[in-house]
Design a protein around this ligand. Structure first.
Ligand code: SAM
Length: 267
């Protein structure tokens, strides 16, 4: 992870990211996608690049033993504080490309973040191969990526970044061509942005089978009144039902800011 990205995460904003309206949609939809193929509790789940631990805490709350690893010591400390000695949460600083977990030691792997910050394909496949190595045969990996079109749709269009700095809009075509998004303004995130087929191909290169690819959020993040819609039971249902209806439509896969590919280590 570059010093710029470390500087971004050192601001400590990751802990509360999923509490905003758009973050809530990402969190609820990601949990829903994980529940479809996760092993039954009790089981051991590796949460690699788990940030401040929202998914680790959720899984531990459901009776899973969680092996959380993250490159940022701050995130490990934040999870330790939140877990408050819960024996089902084990955390340490670790790199997705070189895990300290034994071969075939976990029942499922969440890789919800590291692929964003590995600009070289070889490193992304290496992180996926590490997930494959630590998985027991038959176990699933859940690998998240940022969509190739998120900088335009989310950054420029929804968040109106063009008002912040006129130099941002001219950068977008290059991001769409190469996949690499540099920091669009001082202190912002840089990331690799996947085309959907690219993420699927990377899982297959690492040896995963039965790869399933879905868009996570659907179009809800584009709505300026998302908070209001989520507070209304019917409005909330429509936001989530639309995300589900669009999740595997090939033409719409890249619409969601996040993609999740799920694949199994062959049994
Ligand atoms: C956007 S956050 C996602 C956190 C959490 N998984 C979630 O979905 O909310 C990405 C996380 O990946 C971590 N990360 C980035 N590169 C990594 C690597 N090579 N190994 C382990 N963690 C990494 C970052 O420190 C950060 O906590």
């Amino acid at each position: 992870m570059s010093d710029l990205v470390k500087g971004y995460y050192a601001k400590g904003e990751e802990r509360d990211r999923l509490t905003t309206p758009r973050g809530q949609v990402e969190f609820e939809r990601t949990k829903e996608i994980v529940l479809r193929r996760r092993p039954d509790a009790p089981s051991t789940v590796a949460d690699i690049g788990g940030g401040a631990g929202p998914y680790a805490l959720w899984l531990a709350g459901r009776g899973h033993l969680v092996e959380h690893r993250d490159l940022m010591p701050l995130h490990v400390q934040q999870l330790e504080a939140a877990a408050d000695g819960n024996p089902l949460v084990r955390t340490a600083v670790g790199d997705a490309r070189e895990l300290d977990l034994p071969d075939r030691s976990v029942d499922a792997v969440l890789l919800l973040g590291p692929l964003y910050h590995l600009p070289r394909r070889a490193d992304r496949v290496r992180a996926l191969e590490e997930a494959w190595r630590v998985l027991r045969p038959g176990g699933p990996v859940f690998a998240a990526a940022i969509s190739r079109w998120a900088p335009r749709l989310d950054g420029e269009f929804a968040q109106r970044l063009y008002e912040r700095d006129e130099r941002i809009s001219p950068l977008i075509p290059d991001v769409e061509r190469t996949g690499w998004m540099p920091p669009l303004f001082d202190g912002s995130f840089s990331a690799f942005c996947h085309r959907p087929g690219q993420l699927r191909a990377e899982l297959r290169s690492a040896g995963f089978q039965d790869v399933d690819l879905v868009g996570v959020e659907g179009p809800g993040f584009l709505m300026h009144d998302l908070a209001e819609r989520l507070a209304d039971p019917l409005g909330r249902t429509v936001v989530f039902e639309t995300a589900r209806a669009f999740e595997r439509v090939p033409e719409l896969l890249g619409l969601s800011p996040h993609l999740i590919a799920t694949g199994n280590r062959p049994a």
